[in-house]
Design a protein around this ligand. Structure first.
Ligand SMILES: [Zn+2]
Length: 237
C-alpha cells in the first residue's frame, strides 16, 4: 500500500479529536489516508477494547479511511522501547506514507507525547538499510504534529475545517462509550454536550487565528518555505 497521509495516535479517538477534520479534508481532496492506533484503549475507564474497536471502525467509515490498523501496544503504558519503535517502523515501510501526522511531543497524557517520540523515531528507523525490518527502506517526506491537546501552544499552521466540521463531530461521536458517562463517572468525564462545546470552542479559537470559522492546529519542527509572497494566505490587518 502507498498512503498519501498516515496519522499515528495513542488511542482510538485521538486522531478524530485532534485532526479528524484535516483527515476528512484530505480524503475529500482524493488522497489515500490511513490511521494507525498504537493501543486499543483497553485501560480506559469506560468501554472495553472490543467496543472501542467497533467505535473505531464506525469513525473510519465516516472519515473515508483507506486503512485503519491497531498495533495493540499496552494502553497507559507506552514506553521508550525499541521493539515498539520497530513495530511502528514496519507499518511505515508497509504503508509508505508521504506525510505522517503525530501527536505533539508535550502534553498531559504520557501516551500522547510518547507517541510523538515513538512515531518520529520509527520514521527514522524505517529508512535504515541495515535493520531487522522487512521490505524496502522508506522515510516519509513530511512529519507534522497535531497540537489540539495543547491549546495554549501557538501552532506553526492551521488547517481550515469549516466544511468538514460536522463530519468530524459525527466521527468523534462514534465513541459514545467515552462520552455517555455512567452516573458514578459524571464528575470525572465530560458529557456529550461538554465534548461538543469544547471541540467547537477549540476549533473556533484556531479558526479565528487564520480568519475562518473552524480550524485544526499543527506544529512542524522545520521552517516552511514560501515561493510567492503575494499569494500568502491569512490577512495581517
Ligand atoms: Zn488519547
Amino acid at each position: 500500500m502507498h498512503l498519501d497521509v498516515l496519522a499515528i495516535a495513542a488511542h482510538p479517538d485521538d486522531t478524530e479529536l485532534t485532526c479528524g477534520g484535516t483527515v476528512i479534508k484530505m480524503v475529500e481532496v482524493g488522497y489515500k489516508v490511513g490511521l494507525l492506533d498504537l493501543t486499543a484503549g483497553e485501560s480506559g475507564t469506560r468501554g472495553n477494547s472490543r467496543l472501542r474497536a467497533k467505535e473505531a471502525a464506525c469513525a473510519a467509515r465516516i472519515m473515508g479511511l483507506a486503512y485503519r490498523g491497531n498495533l495493540r501496544l499496552p494502553d497507559a503504558a507506552l514506553e521508550d522501547r525499541r521493539d515498539y519503535k520497530l513495530k511502528i517502523a514496519q507499518k511505515i515501510r508497509d504503508l509508505r506514507p508521504h506525510t505522517v501526522i503525530l501527536p505533539y511531543w508535550e502534553g498531559r497524557h504520557p501516551d500522547h507525547y510518547r507517541t510523538g517520540y515513538l512515531g518520529y523515531e520509527a520514521c527514522f528507523l524505517a529508512g535504515l538499510v541495515r535493520s531487522p525490518l522487512s521490505g524496502r527502506p522508506f522515510r516519509p517526506h513530511k512529519i507534522i504534529y497535531a497540537s489540539h491537546y495543547v491549546p495554549s501552544l501557538r501552532p506553526t499552521f492551521v488547517v481550515e475545517i469549516t466544511e468538514q466540521y460536522e463530519k468530524k463531530l459525527k466521527a468523534v461521536m462514534c465513541y459514545s462509550s467515552q462520552f455517555s458517562p455512567a452516573k458514578e463517572f459524571r464528575n470525572l468525564f465530560p458529557s456529550r454536550t461538554d465534548v461538543e462545546a469544547r471541540l467547537a470552542t477549540v476549533a473556533r479559537h484556531f479558526g479565528h487565528m487564520i480568519g475562518v470559522r473552524y480550524g485544526e492546529p499543527f506544529v512542524t519542527r522545520e521552517v516552511a518555505a514560501v515561493d510567492d509572497i503575494v499569494e500568502m494566505p491569512v490577512r495581517s490587518i
